[in-house]
Design a protein around this ligand. Sequence first.
Ligand SMILES: Cc1cc2nc3c(=O)[nH]c(=O)nc-3n(C[C@H](O)[C@H](O)[C@H](O)COP(=O)(O)OP(=O)(O)OC[C@H]3O[C@@H](n4cnc5c(N)ncnc54)[C@H](O)[C@@H]3O)c2cc1C
Length: 507
Amino acid sequence: MTQTATAGQASVRTAGHANTDLDVFDVLIAGAGISGIGAAWHLRTQCPGMSFTILESQDGFGGTWRTHRYPGIRSDSDLHTFGYRFKPWTGAPIATADKITAYMGEVIAEGDLERHIRYRHRIDSASWSSEQRLWTVQATQLASGESITLKARFLWMCQGYYRHGQGYTPQWPGMERYTGQLVHPQTWPEGLDLSGKRVLVIGSGATAATLVPAIAQQCESVTLLQRSPTYFITGRNANQLAETLRELDIDETWIHEIVRRKIVHDQAVFTRRCESEPEVVKRELLGGVKAVLGEDFDIATHFTPRYQPWKQRIAFIPDADLFRSIKGGKAQVVTDEIDCFTQTGVQLKSGGTLEADIIVTATGFDLSVLGDVAFTVDGKALDFSKTVGYRGLMFTGIPNMAWVFGYFRASWTLRVDILADFICRLLKQMHESGATMVVPSLRPEEADMALRPWVDPADFNPGYIQRGLHLLPQQGDRMPWLHTQDFPRDRDELPNADLNDGALIFK
Ligand SMILES: Cc1cc2nc3c(=O)[nH]c(=O)nc-3n(C[C@H](O)[C@H](O)[C@H](O)COP(=O)(O)OP(=O)(O)OC[C@H]3O[C@@H](n4cnc5c(N)ncnc54)[C@H](O)[C@@H]3O)c2cc1C
């Protein structure tokens, strides 16, 4: 790795991003979402001499928070932990997309990262050469259609886990006959006028739960149609501890750290309780819903999931706005299955029909592994599903590459920070030892290790993971081959992970 300041700065483009085949970066970061911007911040801070560039196919930063523009778009986990470790979050815990991108914008400005980002650059392919010890990356400059070539010593993949261009819409019989407007929240039409419209929102996840109260006042009616219910946590959009510490005039940096620790602690307790006393937790969660909707509402049908708490992500519903919309008669919920679409709505399996001028399919994402980039390693096409993850971060047979895949049940960004610490430690060790290649490899005693799916479907089973599990890498049955999805464990283990235990081969 070229870690001198001169080497680093030599390949950084300051303006215009003129492209030549001579661009060789120490690190190429794919994506300018919360992961990519976090990666760049840590790289600048922890490996200040390294050169890097970020390629982002959209026309700005933000990733998820730029792509999704449906009414009400907001986080479903708290921003104290969805925010970075290094920059205090001072607003309400649940935040809208514009507040999240404003926060990311401050990180970019404070870290002087903007000049490293090349927007509207879609990475198409990445080829590793063990001879050159380099990745050759082909990207399309979307403004001109021109293809450019960059070279990098290390790929830090921060491209997320789903296709940004379009969401997932199941195919129901008769969809083609529907004469109303079909909308997916991921590609929400700008200026869509809902006034006087009967809107049907299909889905039961955080997106549907956010959208329904956000549009309830504008449209004539809004109906949430779900096949099966989901758990939600309701509460005030405020953090009591943060408020108390602010009253005491405590510094925001301290508040951030203390509140994060408290949230992580509370979540660990909650996760344990979901394992040890799921029925009690279930009663508590349903109690929150009942408190708003009242005893007479059919909570058993509409808000009592068939799975135990924590098998899917539990969205936080600030100020119970979804339930207040239903209680106030502005929205209704129907739990049923679609038999087929009609010209004017949907026919339900139970026999009823729902009429709608607009149908919103809040039915989730289309999983995309590695950003649809065609990877080759020494001329051989990469089959990602055949690899085994090293700590869910690097992959057997893929040199000099890491993928930032965050937490499902805790804030994604908690992992962005700790993976960055690990990657920077790795890059520094390579620089110091003169190694130019690192590749995870199973040791002889692990050759027969039982392999498991990337995520255990019995433990966590949202639709996009189930649909795409066969595309994802595998994990082993012991460290360092586990993908734990456990922040407290990662937080304790990753900083002490032995880079020289033989699972990472350096050359
Ligand atoms: C509506 C919604 C709400 C969510 N709320 C939460 C929440 O509250 N808490 C939580 O923890 N998680 C939440 N998530 C999960 C969320 O996606 C992650 O937490 C996080 O935003 C992912 O960040 P990322 O940077 O890894 O990926 P993304 O946000 O997906 O960003 C990846 C970026 O990479 C770019 N990219 C992809 N492929 C290429 C390519 N080939 N070339 C160039 N650029 C490429 C994309 O354009 C995109 O900008 C939510 C997800 C959605 C969709």
